[in-house]
Write a protein that binds this ligand. Sequence first.
Ligand SMILES: NC(=O)c1ccc[n+]([C@@H]2O[C@H](COP(=O)([O-])OP(=O)(O)OC[C@H]3O[C@@H](n4cnc5c(N)ncnc54)[C@H](OP(=O)(O)O)[C@@H]3O)[C@@H](O)[C@H]2O)c1
Length: 329
Amino acid sequence: MKVAVIGATGMVGDVMLKVLAERNFPLTELLLVASERSVGKKMTFKGKEHTVIGLADAVAARPHIAIFSAGGDTSLEWAPKFAEAGTTVVDNSSAWRMDPTKKLVVPEINAHELTSEDKIIANPNCSTIQLVMALHPLHKKYKMKRVVVSTYQSVSGTGVKAVKQLENEIAGVPGEMAYPYPIGRNALPHCDVFMENGYTKEEMKLAREPQKILDDRTFSISATAVRIPTAGGHSESVNVEFENDFELNEVRRLLNEMPGVTVQDNPDTNTYPMPIYAHEKDEVFVGRIRRDETQRNTLNMWIVADNLRKGAATNAVQISEYLVEKGLV
Ligand SMILES: NC(=O)c1ccc[n+]([C@@H]2O[C@H](COP(=O)([O-])OP(=O)(O)OC[C@H]3O[C@@H](n4cnc5c(N)ncnc54)[C@H](OP(=O)(O)O)[C@@H]3O)[C@@H](O)[C@H]2O)c1
């Protein structure tokens, strides 16, 4: 199994290599790929030194799987070239997610839709993945009508430049800005670019992607995405109105039974999910589970996950594992 990691020198790429190593992904050859700026750079994987190569050389090497985390433009231009060479692409960017000819996959929910015909597979947005992991078992049981989500997103979701901006601000040294304003001691109601309807692109991803993953357009999602000065993971305050009523203990049981979800919910012991504890974990953590007392059949909860793990690398590696296990590559 020959695997190429595109964007290997980036934040997601770094975690991708960790996750591939930890899960002992059955690869026999690894190609580390980045921009021309990094070609020739040395990196190690499982103690072995690798030299970073460019995209054209990686296509020519015809890997079985290419995992892309190098931005939408790189994916738009290069994923079809890999696909044409027979490689299956798992893409972390937003380039292909809403393309009706491409599958948008969270393995615990819809990996069964994949076939060997799928040559470009989209990994959902980080804040979408943790949201649908919690919504899926509840939707199956109680049927969602409407979701209102507000996010509290880590700077690592923007990439290396944003983490550096926060570190510089904390150290009190001037440096390059990833955001239009300081992020330290601040909250920016602005993740990704603004669209014509006044929402940001991140908010529209949260509104649209879950409908595609859950294959259901009968529920609606309204989102506000906020960047905060954390580095360990994204948090979400989620209000869900269902068609049917629920029991809180059954909600906790259904969430706990969902593979990849862990309930941390005990006000008596101040137990609730937080990004510092979700950091470097693969699970999605759910807590603060309570009834919305202002409206029928409505639930409030708090969802936290490491955006670089389940929100990106872990989900992409799980898709790749599924492809290998089912003989689809
Ligand atoms: N951060 C997150 O939480 C998260 C979550 C889900 C998805 N994603 C997606 O993953 C991607 C990478 O995010 P990141 O946070 O890792 O960004 P990052 O830290 O800025 O890294 C970007 C990576 O892409 C490579 N790259 C950039 N332009 C390229 C080009 N023209 N050709 C080949 N490689 C190129 C860079 O290589 P050089 O080092 O050579 O510049 C680097 O390896 C983005 O599409 C992002 O939307 C991120």
